[in-house]
Design a protein around this ligand. Structure first.
Ligand SMILES: NC(=O)c1ccc[n+]([C@@H]2O[C@H](COP(=O)([O-])OP(=O)(O)OC[C@H]3O[C@@H](n4cnc5c(N)ncnc54)[C@H](O)[C@@H]3O)[C@@H](O)[C@H]2O)c1
Ligand SMILES: NC(=O)c1ccc[n+]([C@@H]2O[C@H](COP(=O)([O-])OP(=O)(O)OC[C@H]3O[C@@H](n4cnc5c(N)ncnc54)[C@H](O)[C@@H]3O)[C@@H](O)[C@H]2O)c1
Lengths: 209, 209
């Protein structure tokens, strides 16, 4: 069993490797990965060891090969259909974000309860009535839902997801979502205020470990 | 020197404590904090130990007291003036997010280069011309800048921040920002695709450690 914290760090190593790859740097050491992700080189080696041997020579890892391997570990399926519930400001910003599609997460559909929004499009993604959540997500083989609705929509969102075949959730709302279904659906809560707190700590303590 | 990873976890413990506080739960154990943040109870105790004694009785920590202490550690200043560069979809969503203000991060001003947006307001926050970045941020005592511009604005953003007195940056753009100033300014890169990768791993491996 791989600890959750290791999975979080593998995602950070992958982002770092993609940036290094863009700069055409062929080899990377665990020390470099450690500096970019603010952990120790030992932690990098320990995390990678969960997933087998990565054939390090004395000079480091092959950037391209390691990036491909980590991508395969995190996203073996390579392509997911994703929907967003809530076609507001956040829903728009996430639909337009090019890095999601590059990583294999295709936002193909949005859902909303506002009749003025239903039927419109954001780029190529169409906005459907949230009452049609189950039939539309099944027809379009959507497995991941991003929740970007106001906090007061919590109950309704819990109900529509519970009745659906959705496999995973990214929750941006301040509420904790409880999905009572036999299948245990992973839910990732995102709270950007955490980033603000960390920045505040770094500015006031002057530490940039 | 507190490791960066510890600061990240302290921010997660604080979010968890706030949720527990809302449910009127008076005492919380390191085990409960560990379960909510997907680390070990030992890690929780180790992290807290960096910041002194927290007076645990055998039954756990006082939820309210611990939350206040962690808030003070992360954000001793309690109130920051924050601006957003880029008044697009993401800029709108971040300006409207109530949890920033609750945590003491007040988004008072936005900057943009689009003449159609300059002079408008999002709620009470006004959109200024990005060419006036330094004078406006100094006049309004703005210390934190959130960057929500397209990737191609990288050079211009680096220049305006370098010339300013900004103390910290949250960067949402896919570019790495290089600020060449004598003061070392902490920069936090946010990439929401990392959350998608983690979710993909949890769904495919079926692990919810
Ligand atoms: N976690 C974070 O860091 C973060 C950052 C920004 C915003 N947010 C949160 O994201 C959410 C969306 O923010 P926003 O600025 O886009 O708000 P918004 O008001 O612009 O958009 C919300 C959308 O949800 C729709 N909606 C309301 N009830 C619905 C329902 N029952 N079913 C389907 N759609 C429904 C509305 O019609 C609207 O289009 C809010 O909860 C906000 O607090 C979180
Ligand atoms: N990191 C993440 O997880 C994440 C998620 C969503 C979006 N994004 C990124 O956030 C950025 C903004 O996304 P969006 O959907 O809001 O885009 P958008 O096009 O809606 O908004 C961008 C705004 O920036 C303004 N702008 C352009 N050049 C500027 C300059 N030189 N100075 C000041 N303002 C300038 C534009 O006029 C526009 O208002 C993009 O880089 C996008 O890739 C990141």
């Amino acid at each position: 069993d791989v600890p959750f914290a290791t999975v979080e760090r593998i995602a950070k190593y992958l982002r770092c490797l993609k940036r290094i790859k863009n700069k055409k740097i062929k080899l990377v050491s665990s020390q470099t990965l450690a500096e970019h992700t603010k952990v120790t080189a030992e932690q990098v080696r320990k995390d990678l060891a969960y997933f087998g041997k990565f054939g390090r020579t004395g000079t480091g890892y092959d950037t391209e090969k390691l990036a491909k391997k980590l991508e395969k570990i995190l996203n073996p399926k390579l392509n997911w259909n994703v929907c967003i519930i809530g076609a507001g400001a956040l829903g728009h910003a996430l639909t337009n974000y090019p890095d999601f599609k590059k990583a294999g997460f295709n936002i193909t559909v949005l859902f909303d309860s506002d009749p003025k929004k239903i039927g419109n499009k954001i780029g190529t993604a169409k906005i459907y009535d949230v009452k049609k959540f189950s039939p539309i997500t099944e027809k379009k083989k959507i497995e991941i839902a991003i929740v970007a609705t106001p906090e007061n929509a919590k109950e309704e969102i819990e109900q529509i997801i519970t009745k659906s075949k959705i496999k995973g959730i990214i929750n941006f709302t301040p509420a904790t979502l409880n999905i009572k279904s036999k299948r245990k659906i992973p839910i990732i809560d995102v709270d950007l205020s955490q980033k603000m707190y960390i920045l505040s700590f770094l500015i006031t303590k002057g530490k940039r470990r």
